[in-house]
Design a protein around this ligand. Structure first.
Ligand SMILES: [Zn+2]
Length: 344
């Protein structure tokens, strides 16, 4: 019998649930080779397959301690409804970060105009989904799309999420096209602000980090995915020095473990700083919970139960529980939500 202790749940601020299917079969190659495999996987999905795969993935998230998820969704509108149903099935709070995609990628990802994209967003909102806007990246969205989406988010009070500075090539292409770096372009286009979350920022320079700080934007770190894809190290220490809020996401879902995301983030900071305890335990729990909820526009998210009798926690005093969870446990210490379902 589990000796359950209640703690705040975790918020997964950045997920592409369909990429869970790629684990174990997308090894080798660089980010761009991985992306080819990812696009092939994206191509095959229907509302039915999304409903099934996402329900499985969201149940894994829920059992690992994530009680809310921001799904950065670029498989089209019909599959967005299927993803929302899957989340309801898994009892995880769901925010559809509906993606604007003007160029590149697959047909199914692209809208014909930014007006068509915003009409899709309105359709999702009208159906009662919690929605945020999400220009995919400066690769996928030209300047006029970024400006229109930034305007819309501001006037409607919606959260805005965008990938930026994940790969050096993306920075180089942005410099070649616009004469400035990705986060500089986002600032110029009105896409930064307290409701904005920039995903990755791995290769952000000091000037870009200053823009995020000055605008009150959040950064979403996805350490296990950034490691898997060879993206590089998030500049964790420089972000913390600027007091830019951080949250975490499981992104490609190669791993689904909020404790591991937080431990990786702190591990990166320790290696960069050459000392221990860069983020306090309290800060790490805020990154895992409250900051993610704010990034998704959520006022509340569910608690979880931890099995204090788990072997990973043997000998740990109650006052050290939260530190020990981040320092030395995997998500298997979380009492699975499915264990609460009568009859299972
Ligand atoms: Zn992503």
């Amino acid at each position: 019998m589990a000796r359950a202790v209640t703690v705040p749940g975790f918020v997964n601020a950045h997920s592409h649930a369909f990429q869970r299917a790629l684990r174990g079969r997308a090894a080798g190659g660089d980010f761009w080779a991985w992306r080819d495999g990812m696009l092939a996987e994206a191509e095959r999905h229907t509302p039915t397959s999304v409903r099934d795969l996402y329900a499985m993935t969201y149940r894994e998230m829920r059992d690992a301690g994530f009680t809310a998820v921001g799904e950065f969704h670029y498989l089209g509108v019909d599959t967005a409804f299927a993803a929302a149903e899957a989340a309801a099935d898994a009892d995880i709070a769901f925010v559809c970060l509906h993606v604007a995609y003007a160029r590149g990628g697959l047909d199914r990802m692209r809208q014909t105009s930014v007006e068509a994209y915003l009409a899709d967003v309105e359709r999702l909102r009208a159906a009662g989904l919690a929605v945020g806007v999400a220009p995919h990246s400066v690769r996928a969205c030209p300047r006029d799309w970024l400006e229109a989406i930034g305007d819309f988010a501001a006037s409607e009070g919606l959260v805005l999420h965008v990938h930026a500075d994940e790969q050096p090539r993306e920075v180089e292409e942005c410099l070649a096209e616009h004469g400035m770096r990705p986060i500089e372009l986002l600032a110029e286009c009105g896409c930064l602000g307290p409701r904005t979350t920039v995903v990755h920022a791995t290769h952000a320079n000091g000037a870009e980090l200053d823009l995020l700080r000055d605008s009150g934007s959040t950064i979403c770190a996805c350490p296990t995915t950034e490691a898997d894809l060879g993206d590089g190290f998030i500049p964790a220490v420089r972000i913390r020095h600027r007091a830019i809020p951080l949250c975490v996401g499981s992104d490609s879902n190669v791993r689904i473990d909020p404790l591991e995301e937080l431990r990786e983030l702190e591990g990166i900071a320790r290696r960069q700083e050459g000392r221990r305890g860069v983020f306090s335990t309290e800060e790490l729990w805020e990154i895992g919970g409250a900051h993610g909820a704010r990034a998704l526009g959520l006022d509340a998210w569910d608690d979880i139960a931890i099995d204090a009798g788990h072997r990973s926690l043997a000998g740990v005093a109650p006052e050290h529980l939260r530190s020990a969870l981040v320092a030395g446990c995997s998500a298997d210490v979380v009492v699975a939500a499915s264990a609460d379902v009568p009859g299972t």
